[in-house]
Design a protein around this ligand. Structure first.
Ligand SMILES: *[C@@H]1O[C@H](CO)[C@@H](O)[C@H](O)[C@H]1NC(C)=O
Ligand SMILES: *[C@@H]1O[C@H](CO)[C@@H](O)[C@H](O)[C@H]1NC(C)=O
Ligand SMILES: *[C@@H]1O[C@H](CO)[C@@H](O)[C@H](O)[C@H]1NC(C)=O
Length: 214
């Protein structure tokens, strides 16, 4: 009568293990016939193909609902991509402080504005953006092939006194104590916006950048 705690010798154990790997009596490899192993492999291949398919389909359907050009939640942005130049955000306060008689204190702001406006010079704008002058259906005019959207030109010359003139001794009015402040609003919705010139606030301009989203 066999008992459960019957002691086996090491060679018996090895033999049992060997028989588990390859059982010549039943033709089983690791407890299954080769034919069964083929079925098991086929099952797993099919299983993973279906899993990959489901995964790809869910990613594809999610991506299909997103536009690369429009933020999904247009009403949940804390600010509509508003930035101000000269950039004073580094100091946390929205104050632009400089000494009118000391050029060194406002020179960095002037340099920053020159660099900032470079992108709005005529050549750059003509190369990158479309001339929307006299176009009535702007939305259609700006629709490109595929999902591309073009942007209207915004020329520096539209800034009047605040346009950069290298020959001017006081380019942005810092020396006069009336510096130009540019407020840039990135487009965050479908709407095609114009640009607003606040004439009653001296030299404050809103540049509506039609190219970028935040
Ligand atoms: C402004 O600059 C002038 C000339 O550099 C200097 O004399 C004056 O003290 C400065 N004013 C302040 C408030 O720093
Ligand atoms: C416009 O800016 C680019 C650099 O952004 C510069 O190479 C080009 O000379 C500028 N054109 C004019 C007319 O100022
Ligand atoms: C844009 O078009 C208008 C009218 O078609 C033209 O007067 C103007 O010079 C053009 N602007 C640029 C920057 O090409």
């Amino acid at each position: 009568m066999a008992t459960f705690n019957e002691k086996k010798t090491c060679s018996q154990r090895m033999e049992n293990f060997g028989r588990f790997i390859w059982n010549s009596d039943t033709g089983e490899f690791m407890g299954r016939t080769p034919e069964k192993w083929v079925y098991i492999s086929l099952y797993y291949v099919a299983f993973y193909i279906v899993m990959i398919g489901i995964f790809a389909l869910s990613i594809y359907s999610l991506m299909a609902t997103l536009s690369p050009y429009e933020p999904f939640y247009q009403d949940r942005l804390p600010s509509p991509g508003v930035t101000m130049r000269p950039d004073v955000y580094g100091d946390e306060k929205l104050e632009l402080i400089y000494n009118v008689t000391d050029k060194k204190t406002y020179e960095p702001s002037v340099k920053m504005l020159i660099k900032f406006l470079e992108e709005y010079n005529t050549t750059t704008q003509q190369e990158n953006n479309k001339n929307c002058t006299g176009v009535t259906d702007v939305a259609r005019f700006l629709t490109g092939p595929g999902r591309t959207k073009y942007a209207c030109q915004f020329l520096e010359s539209e800034l009047g006194d605040c346009a950069y003139n290298p020959d001017h001794e006081d380019p942005f009015g810092f020396q006069k104590g009336q510096p130009c402040i540019f407020i840039k609003i990135n487009r965050v919705s479908f709407q095609i916006l114009g640009y607003i010139q606040y004439t009653n606030m001296h030299s404050v301009f809103f540049l509506l950048d039609r190219r970028q989203f935040i």
